[in-house]
Design a protein around this ligand. Structure first.
Ligand code: GLU
Length: 386
């Protein structure tokens, strides 16, 4: 697909208005650059602007979840650490100090609108492990049913280089999947996706609408980068790409202006990354994107055809062989005989059971409800190898 055909410089007003009209649950991700005042502390002004926007949506009956960065930045200020690079231990310490202040600032900003805030700090295993995922799902559901606004951040005080989400853009897309949000809006210091870096290239144009994140779009995202936070534009586009594959449209807009949600939904600012696929259930998103598969099932062409085109369950006779040792209830990758990833699913039989079973009858190995098929349209093969 050519670059031109996969983006538009004009906003898709009909689509924006349809998303706005149908929205029931909204996740707003707020980046460190938006929340940080010029002295390095938490910006009371920014928080109060965002709290006002949250209140407006709640008045329309929309549940809102905030994913807020800023713990490390707030801790840096309190500990007088400036902008110098920090060791892991110092970053964890800064986050421990800063998260408290950050949360207190949210409490104050939201309570002015009589909104109760709740802190939710997450580590990767909270979404990778099925039990923890369902537990988290229940927590969010209960908080939202009580009219509370969850304020989510990574649990940075225990995050390490290896065990961390990476950045809050990725985290916000995951949170949006867990709470079954209809929309994720990323408030950033970068006001949109541009064709070039607008700070150095005056010909840079705002891309207002991206129907699907393609490799061309990802290349373009590498061009304009934000200096603050861990994300940058490429990680926002990656979050939009993830969201797109599980049916979540994602918006990116500059976060520091009043009435920013109105401005975004009227198409005046920002970029809408659309999602073409039908929203998937959080269970299917968990299987397809968050779980850690324990092995592979290699399928014959008929089985691939059946699960992809006819949307059936995977039956035992369609399995050519297994790879790896896995138990009943584990997530496995489903591959075609040429090694292509077709999807992932929860197996009802262990690898030993499958190998030992005479290939006959219609024993279901992966039920259609436990199957998450790869979305070819969103280039996920490239991004999420099994
Ligand atoms: N969790 C980090 C913090 O609160 C921010 C990570 C990010 O901005 O992506 O400081």
């Amino acid at each position: 697909m050519s670059e031109r055909s996969c983006l538009s410089f004009d906003p898709d007003l009909a689509r924006l208005s349809s998303i706005y009209g149908k929205m029931r649950t909204l996740v707003i991700k707020v980046g460190s650059a938006v929340l940080t005042a010029s002295d390095g502390g938490v910006s009371v002004k920014a928080l109060s602007l965002i709290a006002g926007e949250v209140q407006k949506q709640r008045a329309r009956g929309i549940s809102v979840v905030i994913v807020s960065s800023g713990a490390v930045a707030a801790g840096r200020k309190t500990l007088s650490l400036g902008r110098k690079p920090l060791s892991l231990a110092m970053k964890q310490a800064a986050a421990s100090v800063g998260q408290n202040r950050l949360m207190w600032s949210w409490e104050k900003a939201l309570s002015r609108h009589k909104i109760t805030a709740a802190q939710v700090l997450l580590s990767p295993y909270d979404v990778i492990e099925r039990d923890r995922f369902t537990n988290l799902d229940r927590t969010f559901e209960t908080l939202l049913s009580l009219g509370i606004v969850p304020v989510v951040n990574e649990n940075d005080s225990v995050a390490t280089q290896e065990i961390r989400f990476g950045d809050n853009d990725q985290l916000s897309a995951k949170v949006a999947a867990i709470v079954r949000a209809d929309f994720l809006l990323i408030l950033s210091d970068v006001s949109a996706l541009f064709t070039a870096d607008p700070r150095i290239d005056s010909s840079a144009k705002r891309v207002a609408y991206v129907p699907a994140v393609t490799s061309d779009i990802r290349k373009m995202a590498g061009i304009s980068r934000s200096g603050l936070g861990t994300g940058g534009m490429s990680s926002k586009v990656l979050a939009a790409s993830d969201g797109g594959s599980w049916g979540l449209p994602v918006g990116i807009v500059g976060g520091m202006k009043p009435r920013i949600l109105d401005r975004f939904f009227l198409g005046k600012e920002g970029t809408l990354f659309d999602a073409k696929s039908i929203p998937q259930s959080s269970k299917k998103v968990w299987i397809g994107y968050f779980s850690r598969p324990s092995g592979d099932l290699v399928l014959d062409a008929g089985a691939v055809e059946a699960i992809k085109r006819r949307k059936t369950s995977l039956l035992l006779p369609g399995i050519v062989r297994t790879e790896g040792d896995f138990s009943k209830g584990d997530v496995v990758c489903l591959r075609s005989m040429d090694g292509q990833l077709v999807g992932k699913g929860i197996t009802r039989l262990s690898s030993m059971d499958i190998r030992g079973n005479p290939v006959s009858g219609g024993i279901i190995v992966v039920h259609v409800n436990d199957l998450s098929l790869l979305d070819d349209q969103n280039d996920q093969k490239e991004l999420r190898p099994c």
